[in-house]
Design a protein around this ligand. Structure first.
Ligand SMILES: Nc1ncnc2c1ncn2[C@@H]1O[C@H](COP(=O)(O)OP(=O)(O)OP(=O)(O)O)[C@@H](O)[C@H]1O
Ligand SMILES: [Mg+2]
Length: 356
């Protein structure tokens, strides 16, 4: 899995043999700066982008293969023992709206199969879009498989580049949606003003003051008030969008306000759509941002707020495990989408298979 934060590749080796979900090994391979800036550039129209996208897709296949090689390094497992690689690819455009209806995740999956000698399942989102859905979020079906408990009404909050929610109520259909920015704007602003890829623990944000007028402006866009199904990405929440709302604010005050933007958009989505939830579990890299977690706990007081580590999958590996599980669904010819989440006309078997 490599998500919208563009931080790198989360690789997991997942064992489903005993019908459970068991993480056998994990490895994180950061993107180098050159690849990250090429990917960032491809999020917007540029000259000769078809050629650039194809070349970057090849590069990504090599990067994913290197991460997989690391998982198999000590010869504990050989490639022929692996049923499949679930490879999400790198999203560079996500346009689920009716006039466009496409989403692009880059990876040369054929090359990845050649490099690893393992079957690859990729292109998970396009079938759901073709069936009228948003193509996202796709993780709720995995959250149901991994985290549903008959005694609790749980919300799983994945704080990646974008934040998404899944509601697991044992007596109701699973629901969920993208609720807004997770780390995407925090990372962009931090990089621009401190040179660091992200604000470790939210320490820099903690030195600033929230600017209420800026927060109101950022929250006033239609995305936040429109009802689910909905999904989003860098197409909407990007540096330019943020900059268009700024005057001469202190950088640390903007960072403090962005923490509040993620906090308020997540907690308002929960309070509006899932007010009966009694447990909130956070995952994704944003769950490592102590300052953000502190604010979320404050604004969701009355609900238990904890990390998915308590449920058996550490926050950093939930998304990657989800795409291993989704690949398994594809191989078993089981559906991977939840129509009530994505808005698709029905359940669909997702993904394309490149056989070893
Ligand atoms: N210690 C930390 N303090 C603050 N932020 C952190 C910390 N560790 C990780 N992060 C944030 O988490 C981000 C990476 O999170 P993650 O990999 O879950 O997002 P992603 O790649 O966008 O995934 P996806 O789109 O699949 O949800 C980093 O870019 C950073 O913003
Ligand atoms: Mg990531």
């Amino acid at each position: 899995m490599s998500g919208t934060s563009l931080d790198g590749v989360d690789a997991v080796l997942v064992d489903f043999r005993s019908d459970g979900i068991s993480l056998a090994k994990t490895f994180f391979l950061p993107y180098d700066d050159a690849l990250k800036s090429k990917l960032l550039a491809l999020n917007h129209p540029e000259y000769d982008e078809l050629n650039t996208a194809a070349v970057v897709s090849n590069r990504l296949a090599h990067v994913y293969a290197a991460a997989i090689k690391e998982l198999l390094k000590d010869n504990a497992v050989s490639p022929h023992e692996i049923t499949a690689i679930g490879c999400h690819g790198q999203t560079i455009r996500h346009c689920p709206e009716i006039e466009k209806k496409y989403t692009i995740q880059l990876v040369n999956a054929a090359l990845l199969a050649e490099l690893t000698c393992i079957s690859v399942v990729s292109d998970f989102r396009s079938r759901d879009l073709a069936a009228g859905g948003q193509g996202a979020p796709l993780v709720p079906a995995f959250h149901r498989a991994a985290f549903m408990d008959s005694s609790y009404r749980r919300v799983i909050v994945n704080i990646g580049g974008i934040a998404n929610l899944t509601y697991l109520d044992p007596s109701a259909e699973v629901s969920g949606f993208d609720c807004g920015p997770g780390n995407i704007l925090l990372d962009a602003w931090c990089q621009r003003h401190t040179g660091k890829h992200f604000d470790n623990n939210g320490d820099w944000a903690a030195t600033g003051n929230i600017i209420p007028s800026l927060l109101d402006k950022l929250l006033s866009i239609d995305f936040f008030s429109s009802p689910p199904p909905k999904s989003t990405g860098r197409d909407l929440f990007n540096y330019k969008w943020l900059e268009s709302h700024l005057r001469n604010e202190l950088p640390e005050d903007v960072q403090a306000t962005l923490i509040q933007l993620s906090t308020v958009s997540i907690s308002q989505a929960i309070q509006t759509y899932y007010p009966n939830a009694n447990e909130i579990y956070l995952c994704g890299g944003g769950a490592r941002n102590l300052h953000l977690v502190h604010h979320l706990k404050k604004s969701l007081s009355g609900m238990k707020v904890a990390l998915t580590d308590e449920l058996g999958i550490p926050v950093d590996w939930v998304e990657a495990s989800a795409f291993a599980w989704l690949a398994r669904q594809t191989i078993l010819r089981n559906p991977g989408n939840i129509p009530a989440v994505t808005g698709a006309l029905g359940e669909r078997i997702l993904g394309a298979v490149y056989s070893a």
